[in-house]
Design a binder for this molecule. Structure first.
Ligand code: NSS
Length: 435
């Protein structure tokens, strides 16, 4: 079997440029199969998409019966000639005269009744990812990460990687996953932010793209226990500056997806991504509370938004918008308080419109040692747990700001997916640890 990839001389993407009668060798998987008396139609799936194969008893001779019995999802290698046919998807089909079964599939377990149950489909995720929708979602995810990467590299950021095993909480103890680290206790990281803060004293602008973990029991459409976290941190930047970065990044991602994966986006979403040119509105937390109270929500100043509030608020907008100035009591200790109004922080969440809600969260950090120490104490935390994080404030830590963005949240919004678990290859939720 070695050499099969080199043996291929066309694929579903390049074939549309070949003329009628051109002889090709293809490899891929049998996506669908139809048999009509003396003809068999395969939809061959490869890296780039789909191509229709036609086999008839005349060309295949004695092999016809065997070929027509090849199970779906078998990997095959075929030879044949290109034929244009407006009825074929993509306008081209291949009339095959030679078929090798590279890897024969068992009976495909995804029956119509399995397909009706989302849970059953996720139990078989190792197989269901082969479907056209998952394929398009995952390709869009890859393009989204590429676009974010491009944005940061084009703007002079340095990629760093931070540890996954950590010793203290960034975003509160309630959502830490605890584990045994030899004879000590450790946790899985919730955010690489603190490590980024150390690194900005070397590079000024840094970013990370790596998983974060949250022991979040909440069964919502926007929570995973493991998600891909894109984070950035910028030295000598204030809260307004970092909102500008988030806005630019989101606009860059949307434009780039329209260039990189327009077909996939349209297939999943049902429409092209609208261009976003206008400036993202910035509303205060106080204004957000007023909007919610007007809409009949029983929420008072100082409370965090729940899933329902977030949805209701973001239904009021049709492009992303920031909510800034969250109350100090609702935010983690590292946030800088607004000097003109210490009961709120210099922080913001970027909300996706149309009910999707929070996609990024960021703000300005406390960069002074004494200030941070007093806030850690004020919030009832133990300064000893934040030793090195405090210590970097003793050695030339400038004002700085940063944010984190959940890739699955952004993808869910852009593709209008029902749940964040649809936006990742093998999702992890409180009830799903397999496959
Ligand atoms: O908890 S955050 O709101 N903020 C942080 O972790 C900061 N330390 C990031 C930073 O400033 N460097 O999470 C940031 C984003 C949030 O807006 C979501 O988009 C995403 O991370 N996020 C999640 N996505 C999926 N599932 C869960 N559970 C989740 N939690 C946060």
């Amino acid at each position: 079997m070695a050499g099969l990839v080199k043996w291929r001389d066309a694929d579903s993407r390049s074939i549309t440029n070949l003329s009628d009668g051109h002889r090709v060798k293809l490899i891929g998987w049998v996506f669908t199969k139809r048999v009509h008396s003396n003809k068999v139609f395969f939809m061959l799936r490869d890296r780039y998409g789909y191509i229709q194969l036609v086999g008839d008893s005349e060309r295949l001779g004695d092999a016809f019966k065997q070929v027509s019995e090849i199970p779906v999802e078998s990997a095959i290698a075929v030879e044949g000639v290109v034929k244009r046919d407006p009825r074929a998807p993509g306008g081209v089909e291949v009339h095959i005269d030679k078929v090798d079964v590279v890897a024969r599939a068992d009976v495909w377990p995804i029956t119509p009744s399995v397909a009706k149950s989302p849970e059953a489909m996720f139990d078989l995720r190792h197989l269901t990812i082969r479907g056209p929708k998952s394929r398009a979602v995952l390709l869009t995810r890859s393009a989204l990460v590429q676009a974010a990467w491009e944005y940061f590299v084009n703007n002079d950021y340095v990629l760093i990687t931070a540890p996954t095993f950590i010793t203290s909480a960034v975003e509160g103890g309630a959502t830490l996953f605890e584990l045994k680290y030899f004879d000590r206790k450790a946790y899985l990281t919730q955010s690489s932010q603190f490590y980024e803060e150390a690194a900005i004293c070397v590079f000024e602008k840094v970013f990370v793209m790596q998983p974060s973990f949250r022991a979040e029991k909440s069964r919502t459409r926007k929570h995973l226990t493991e998600f891909l976290h894109i984070e950035a941190e910028v030295a000598f930047a204030d809260h307004e500056d970092i909102m500008d970065v988030e806005e630019e990044l989101v606009k860059y991602i949307v434009n780039r997806l329209n260039e990189l994966v327009p077909k996939e986006v349209e297939y999943v979403r049902g429409s092209r991504l609208p261009d976003i040119d206008s400036r993202f509105e910035r509303i205060s937390y106080d204004e957000a509370i007023e909007i919610l109270q007007r809409k009949g929500f029983d929420i008072s100043w100082g409370e965090d938004f729940g899933a329902d509030e977030e949805r209701a608020l973001s239904e009021e907008f049709d492009v992303p918008f920031f909510v800034y100035g969250f109350p100090t009591v609702t935010r983690s200790f590292y946030h800088m308080d607004d000097p003109t109004r210490p009961e709120v922080t210099l922080s913001s969440d970027l909300m996706a419109p149309e009910g999707f809600g929070e996609i990024t969260s960021g703000g300005q950090r406390i960069h002074e040692y004494d200030y941070l120490l007093s806030k850690i104490r004020r919030m009832g935390l133990n300064p000893e747990e934040y030793g090195w994080y405090l210590e970097i404030r003793k050695y030339g830590m400038p004002p700085h700001s940063g944010f984190g963005m959940g890739v699955e949240r952004v993808l869910r919004w852009l593709l209008h997916l029902p749940h964040v678990r649809d936006a990742t290859l093998f999702p992890r939720t409180p009830s799903r640890l397999y496959p």
